[in-house]
Design a protein around this ligand. Sequence first.
Ligand code: SAH
Length: 388
Amino acid sequence: MITLLPGREKSLLRLHPWVFSGAIDKVTGNPKLGETVKILDSKGNFLAWAAYSPHSQIRARIWSFNENEKIDKKFFTNRIERATLAVAPYNANAYRVANAENDFLPGCVIDYYAGYLSVQLLSAGWEIHRQTLVECLKEFFPDCKGIIERSDSDVRIKEGLEPLSQILAGDVPEEPVAIEENGLKILVDLRKGHKTGYYLDQRNSRKRIGELAGGKNVLNCFCYTGGFGLFAAAGGAKSVRQVDVSSPALELAKRNAELNNLTTPIDYIEADVFAYLRKCRDKGETFDLIILDPPKFAESVSQVEKAAKGYKDINLLAIKLLAPGGMLATFSCSGHISPELFQKIVADAALDAKRPLRILESFRQAQDHPVLSSFPEGMYLKGLLAAM
Ligand code: SAH
């Protein structure tokens, strides 16, 4: 049982799903890591059921605000059902089944990739409920050939948990599996790819880039397995240059281009984007469409300032590389950088480059990555399409 300090019940009354360590008055009953605990306000009134995480700043994650609810198989079945119903209309063979807090499943990400499930369990509660979740998933996805857990993320260290990767059910191939995304086949390495294997959140933005790329020379920075560059090539780009620091990612990008019989000339550059953009600048190169989709630069609030400098740096360099009439599609997946701040960073970069930009469109994460209304942190991915 956890009793909160006076006044610290407010965020829970607004249905925010986290209890921070600083809000806690006392913990009674010596709960174990991940155990379900009752959260009470300072007067002893019930607030929520939560998973206890003794080592994390987020000391408890709410399972339910309903006192009568039991955190058991039926509970998880209902939550998975609710999550899958929301994605059903998208009818793709690769989609996010559950988006953690935003689908009422704190710390749990589940992605479906062409007959396989890839799961990340990043918070303590799942150490107790992992097997129940697997049973629920087998019932919801009876044709699923294998479930892999890709909890090999440093986020778990904050929870006092070891990063971990394991097969939870059936089997998952060593070779990448092919998914379909808006008419293209994309290979996803379930065992060794980033996160759960692929960045499904950028599906809509990749499609849009395909629509815009016709006849253009495209520079795709932080390309991972090809993503934006593949859609640009399929959309009739004149040339595509794919840049990433990871050679396995670039290998897969090449295989993806072959798999889709793309005839556009595509170059693959293994390089650090910060350095590579400078190299292009020094050579006087220009591009008609530049995509910047970097990894998360700000892991915490304390890193926002440094992250902002990084975003400004690459955006400034990219803006200078735009050919007359060129376009920039620029993204940030740092939850701690708000859309307003991101726009300001891009605007500052344009100002420093002495090239004011016209913002044409904004991007966000795809629909199968919902944002819970009581959890604004869920809105992490934002992007802007700008023209000179
Ligand atoms: N746009 C991709 C996803 C990008 S994820 C898609 O649509 O699928 C971010 C990528 O940036 C990763 O592939 C990672 O290897 C790469 N990366 C991280 N830091 C980098 C750096 N400094 N230079 C180049 N690539 C980097």
